[in-house]
Design a protein around this ligand. Structure first.
Ligand code: PAF
Length: 285
């Protein structure tokens, strides 16, 4: 495995594989790797000839009061995990390599796909995500790239970017990997105190029971849906969550739904804080 921190060296290193028409898989990460990341790498390893992982805590996707400074940085362990997982190249650029001091003029405007869910409470977050992933696509020029379904809004936005800008990368959805008690794996889980960790799985428990209710209830009226969501919000708040959103959105446009029809596909999405830690989760059904 080679660890590379300059764009020029990475391009040089990937040249032979590209010229030979090899399949190049990219797994972008912000480090603090966990089983979720490793499952994306394992899938890339199975499908591609060459696997590139990037480890870069991207400043442009953090808001002014967010956790950029304290975001977990565990490079040594991450590199060991990548090596173990069979990664060929790890790209670990400094911030100035990707964002040189001269001004950045271009950004990607995103329409209504960011009006709701995380886009509503983290203004600018997805502009930063699309900016960095676009840059990584141009630098690595992968044939395939993997992103986890836990960040469903990010995933759908990236699929949209690739489709609408005709970027020749095939995006793969990695399924959410969970702890034994259901908590979705996340680099931010390590912020949780023992007490917070004990209640954290309730997030998944609630969206699972909403899914079960909606799945077996046929067409659900607006009142039923309202009542079900309000009850779940109440229970989560009672045990200490501060809810950002708990919504049912349409899988195609991420718009919140007032009614649920048994023949359509929806996402139940939740974001909530316990203490200072913001957790997100979702189920597609
Ligand atoms: O999902 C993440 O970890 C980040 O948003 C990504 C895709 C690596 C871009 O910085």
């Amino acid at each position: 495995m080679m660890t590379i921190n300059s764009i020029t060296s990475l391009r040089e290193a990937l040249k032979p594989a590209r010229q030979a028409g090899k399949r190049i898989g990219l797994v972008p990460t912000m480090g603090a790797l966990h089983e979720g990341h490793l499952s994306l790498i394992a899938e890339a390893r199975q499908v591609c000839d060459v696997v590139v992982t990037t480890i870069f805590v991207n400043p442009t996707q953090f808001g002014p009061n967010e956790d950029l400074d304290r975001y977990p940085r565990t490079l040594k362990q991450d590199l060991e995990a990548c090596k173990e997982a069979g990664v060929d190249f790890v790209f670990t650029p400094e911030t100035t390599e990707l964002y040189p001091p001269e001004a950045q003029f271009l950004s990607i405007r995103i329409a209504e796909l960011t009006d709701h869910l995380c886009g509503a409470t983290r203004p600018g977050h997805f502009n930063g995500v699309l900016q960095i992933v676009n840059k990584l696509f141009n630098i690595v020029q992968p044939t395939d790239a993997w992103f986890g379904q836990k960040d469903i809004q990010q995933l759908i936005l990236l699929e949209t970017m690739v489709r609408e800008f005709n970027i020749p990368v095939r995006i793969h959805r990695g399924k959410t990997i969970r702890e034994a008690d259901g908590l979705a794996m996340s680099s931010r889980n390590r912020y949780l105190s023992a007490q917070e960790r004990a209640i954290a799985p309730q997030l998944y428990a609630e969206i699972t029971s909403i899914r079960d209710y909606l799945k077996h209830g046929g067409d659900i009226t607006a009142e039923d849906l309202d009542r079900t969501l309000a009850a779940a919000r109440y229970r989560l708040t009672e045990i200490g969550f501060k809810i950002d959103y708990l919504s049912i959105v349409d899988v195609r446009n991420l718009q919140p739904q007032q009614r649920v029809y048994s023949d359509r596909t929806y996402i139940i999405a939740v974001a909530a804080k316990i203490g200072n830690t913001r957790l997100i989760d979702n189920i597609i059904f």
